[in-house]
Design a protein around this ligand. Structure first.
Ligand code: PEP
Length: 253
């Protein structure tokens, strides 16, 4: 059985005081029941702070990005080894905001995926189509291409130690969620693509949905057979909302 996972992507938001308040509330509300995996991905500047605050909580730390390179003369970058050193368990790779605003190509995303795994991090590979691509009927082709580049670079076995998040770009931060059926259709397609290479890896692969997930829509999404949790942006900054999403995941577990 695939254990449900809710991962919070804080994006470039928070300060030490608000981080501490958010985590205090998350820890207090999840201390005695968690039963699903919960990860939080703060900005790089706060990884050490959050790592300290998460000690003993059962909530794991993730980063939002990683450098393609190892340590060296790469001003402003943060290497996979540094993320491990800060206590990270996982890292988000290929988020659409990085693909769109920072020009990250499929090839670069695949390199970052490999770099993360080499360092022992669990990559959360984000795939998803834009609104134009969906309206042009290209959703399947786009997400398959994004996944195939990583499969070609890393091999299917690498997905046994990874998570894939389907995040339709038109649903991120817009309040417009994919319907559970729309999300399920793409999740099933992703799983069957992996199954072509390795059925066991496909059966164990956790596929998250991301795009305006909140407490009000989480249960319907998690009821779908191939939706194993959520990558949550805005709602992960509100402890009550994020905990309610985790509760919905646990009910669906
Ligand atoms: C995200 O940033 O990955 C995301 C899904 O954001 P939101 O939940 O705010 O749409």
């Amino acid at each position: 059985m695939r254990r449900k996972l809710v991962a919070g992507n804080w994006k470039m938001q928070g300060r030490q005081a608000s981080n501490a308040a958010l985590l205090q509330s998350l820890k207090a509300q999840t201390a005695d029941w968690l039963g699903v995996d919960m990860w939080v991905a703060p900005p790089a500047a706060y990884l050490m702070q959050v790592a300290g605050l998460l000690q003993g909580s059962g909530i794991a730390l993730a980063a939002q990005n990683v450098a393609r390179e190892n340590d060296g003369a790469f001003t402003g970058e943060v290497s996979a080894g540094m993320l491990v050193d800060c206590g990270c368990h996982a890292v988000i790779i290929g988020h659409s905001e990085r693909r769109t605003h920072y020009g990250e190509s499929d090839a670069l995303v695949a390199e970052k995926f490999l770099k993360a795994q080499e360092a022992g991090l669990v990559p959360v590979l984000c795939v998803g189509e834009t609104l134009d691509e969906r309206e042009a009927g290209a959703t399947a082709a786009v997400v398959r291409r994004q996944l195939d580049v990583v499969l070609a670079a890393a091999g299917v076995a690498a997905l046994a130690q990874a998570v894939v998040a389907y995040e339709p770009v038109w649903a991120i931060g817009t309040g417009r969620t994919a319907t559970p059926e729309q999300a399920q259709e793409v999740h099933a397609l992703l799983r069957s693509r992996v199954a072509q290479d390795d059925e066991a890896v496909a059966a164990g692969l956790r596929l998250l949905y991301g795009g305006s997930v909140k407490a009000a829509n989480a249960a319907a999404l998690f009821a779908m057979p191939d939706i194993d949790g959520a990558l949550v942006g805005g709602a992960s900054l509100d402890a009550n909302e994020f905990v309610a999403i985790a509760r919905a995941a646990r009910v669906a577990q």
